[in-house]
Structures are given as structure tokens and as C-alpha cells.
Design a binder for this molecule. Structure first.
Ligand code: ZN
Ligand code: ZN
Length: 393
């Protein structure tokens, strides 16, 4: 759950993934993905505000489609940034000062449309990861985070990384890859469905959005659509990559992800299915805290016909280490810090950094800059200074 408050300290006038309070004074806004903890402040009124002040929200094309399902706004207020395509943006801040930045969005592997943002201005380069999960063996595939010299890709180094530290903890050292987790879900589902034609599988996903990768891959493997709730179906229908793998017809499939977690047992969309014909598959990470994640999945010891699968859309500790050590950075800002885990986050970030720089730089340490900087009352990011009105950006 993101605790980042939105302002990118190194470059004036930018807010990412927070749209309330001081962020309303920012000149340009960025949304990494459509999860509610990254959308504080987004509302119809917010979009009216940015339309009035001629500000723009930048995001991926899929994120824009998901926003359109939830909010009313003038399409020109939200600009799409294509993956791995450096985009130059000029905007104004106080005293008519013009700021020129280059933004590159990079696939974050977290949910449909999720991206990281690389902001570059003069000699400053800041990477904001948003929520991300990148397999350690895939780092060289992140084209936008490399220089190309003589057709060789060289990893960039950053002034600062705003890092998704959701699982920066020794409780979550390693996770199975998402492909491994989904294959486990597929095996359990296929076995169950082959035993009796009346059998069905419930996928119990912890949040309304976030399990789309499972739906797509499982649907392909079983050649069967996934039943989702009406409101979710309507959102997914806006995304070509998702729409053909889900259905709002409960009778057309044996795989159901339509249940709210708090609801009681049984399949509410199908009164004709008895409990004995249902298994529930629960993809989650929390059940694997401090456990051996090489097991990938196992039957629940307490709940009948319930199969737990280790599945994460955030990087594990090992993946975070690999990421930081591959790209290298002068500073790291942890974007997810629970108050009772501050010490561990400090310690682990220092350990990771130590491996990169050698022991001499460890003493610099990290400052958890919470809360975000106060915005001086003198600083006003006014619309009249905003100069970028190029819809092609
Ligand atoms: Zn997220
Ligand atoms: Zn259903």
C-alpha cells in the first residue's frame, strides 16, 4: 500500500500517483497504474480542475481506458505516453520559469497498463517504479532504462529511485515467477474440472483489480473465459488485451472470479452448483510470509477444498536487490513503509546499497522523507505558466 505523498522532490512541479493537497499545485501529473492507493484525489472534480487550469495527467493508454470507465473527463486532459518512447514535456512553474523534462515510461509488470516513469532533467535522472514486479532475468529487456551504444545496451544509473518496497523484507525473500504460480493454478483447476462435469473453480482474488494476468493466462490454457462481476467486466471490455478472456455470463464458464472476498461460501452467481462441486483457489502472498515459497501451492489445512497459491504482483526482496544492483542509484526513496517496519526498510536499503557502492558510502544512510516536503506559500504553479498543449505528446 503506497505511502508516497506524490511530489518528486528533485524536479519542481511534478506529482506522481497522488492528486490531493499540495499535489493540486503541481503543473504536470502522472499516474503509474489504476490501483486505488495510487489514485488519492482523483475524481470528476479533480479532472474539472485540471481542465480549467490546462494541466495534464500522463499515463499509459490502458490506464487511460480504465480511467474512462471510472471518471468523467475531457479526453484531452489525459495524455497517453507510449512505452519506451522518450517524451519531451515543457511546462511552467513560478516566476514564469520554464522547465523542460524528458519522460520515458517503462513496463512495470504489475497489472495491465502499469508503468514506471523515468524523469530526466539536465543531469538529474529519477526513476519512479510505481508498483512493479520484474523478474531478475528480464532486467535487460527494459529497453527504456538502457543506453544504446554501438547496438549494445548499457544499464542506466539514476540520481534517485522511488522504489516499490512492498516486499522489502526478509519475510519475502523469493517468490515463484508468475508463470509458475499460474501453471499451478491451471493444474489444480484442470484436475478438478476433469473429475466431474458439475465441478467449478472459484478464484478468490484479494482485490477487485490486480489478478488480470491470471485471468488471461488461465483462460488461454483452459480455453474457457473467466466470470467476473459486471462492473469489472465493463472496465475490462475497454481493454482489447483483456476483453476476450472474461465474461459476465455465469452459465458460460466453470471458472469464477466473481466473488467478493468477504462473502460467505458458495457460488452466488450459480444457484445450481452445490458446495461439494466447488474448489476455491486463493492466489496470495501473505500466507507465505516466512515460508518456503518453492512449494508454490498447497491445500489449506483448515478450510475445506481450498488451495492456496503463492502469487505476487510486487517484487520479492531478491528481485528488488537484483534491480537496484543492476541499475545502480545514488539514492533510494522507499514508497511503501509501514510505521512498524521503518527500521527494517532502512537496514535493508543500506544493505542493498552497500553491495553496490562498497562499505565507504553506507554511512550516508537514507532519510525516510515522510511526510513529503511542504510547499511554500510563495510557490504557485499557475495554469497561465503552463505551456505544453501539444496533444501529440
Ligand atoms: Zn498496484
Ligand atoms: Zn461467477
Amino acid at each position: 500500500m503506497s505511502t508516497f505523498l506524490g511530489l518528486i522532490k528533485e524536479i519542481p512541479g511534478i506529482s506522481v500517483d497522488r492528486f490531493d493537497g499540495a499535489n493540486l499545485m503541481s503543473s504536470i501529473l502522472f499516474l503509474s497504474h489504476c490501483h486505488f492507493d495510487h489514485m488519492h484525489g482523483l475524481s470528476d472534480i479533480f479532472f474539472e480542475h485540471i481542465a480549467e487550469y490546462k494541466k495534464y495527467l500522463y499515463c499509459s493508454p490502458i490506464t487511460k481506458a480504465l480511467l474512462e470507465a471510472r471518471f468523467k473527463f475531457k479526453s484531452s486532459c489525459v495524455k497517453e505516453i507510449d512505452i519506451n518512447t522518450p517524451t519531451v514535456i515543457e511546462y511552467g512553474i513560478e516566476n514564469n520559469e520554464k522547465i523542460l523534462i524528458c519522460v520515458t515510461s517503462v513496463s512495470a509488470g504489475h497489472c495491465p497498463g502499469s508503468v514506471m516513469f523515468l524523469f530526466e532533467r539536465n543531469d538529474i535522472s529519477v526513476l519512479y517504479t510505481g508498483d512493479f514486479r520484474i523478474n531478475s532475468t528480464d532486467l535487460s529487456k527494459l529497453k527504456g532504462l538502457h543506453y544504446s551504444i554501438d547496438s549494445k545496451l548499457i544499464p542506466r544509473t539514476f540520481s534517485k529511485i522511488y522504489l516499490d518496497t512492498t516486499f522489502l523484507s526478509t519475510d519475502f525473500c523469493a517468490f515463484p515467477s508468475r508463470q509458475e504460480s499460474i501453471f499451478k493454478i491451471y493444474e489444480v483447476s484442470r484436475n478438478w474440472l476433469s473429475k466431474d462435469p458439475r465441478n467449478v473453480v472459484i478464484l478468490e482474488c484479494s482485490a477487485t483489480y490486480g489478478s488480470e494476468f491470471i485471468f488471461v493466462e488461465l483462460s488461454k490454457m483452459l480455453n474457457m473465459k473467466i466470470h467476473v462481476r459486471n462492473d469489472v467486466f465493463e472496465s475490462y471490455c475497454r481493454i482489447a488485451q483483456l476483453s476476450c478472456y472474461v465474461t459476465n455470463d455465469p452459465h458460460s464458464t466453470l471458472i469464477h472470479a466473481c466473488k467478493k472476498k468477504i462473502s460467505s461460501s458458495g457460488l452466488h452467481c450459480r444457484g445450481d452448483v452445490s458446495n461439494e462441486n466447488i474448489i476455491t483457489v486463493v492466489p496470495s502472498v501473505m500466507k507465505w510470509r516466512k515460508k518456503d515459497t518453492s512449494i508454490i501451492g498447497e491445500w489449506d489445512k483448515d478450510k475445506k477444498r481450498t488451495f492456496n497459491v503463492c502469487y505476487s504482483t510486487h517484487s520479492s526482496l531478491d528481485e528488488l536487490k537484483a534491480f537496484v544492483q543492476y541499475f545502480k542509484t545514488l539514492e533510494i526513496y522507499p514508497c511503501v513503509v509501514k510505521t512498524d517496519q521503518e527500521k527494517e526498510v532502512y537496514y535493508l536499503l543500506n544493505t542493498i546499497k552497500n553491495k553496490v557502492d562498497g562499505p565507504s558510502l553506507v554511512s550516508q544512510g537514507y532519510k525516510l522523507e515522510l511526510p513529503a516536503r511542504k510547499v511554500s506559500s510563495k510557490v504557485k504553479f499557475k495554469s497561465k505558466h503552463f505551456s505544453s498543449d501539444d496533444d501529440s505528446l
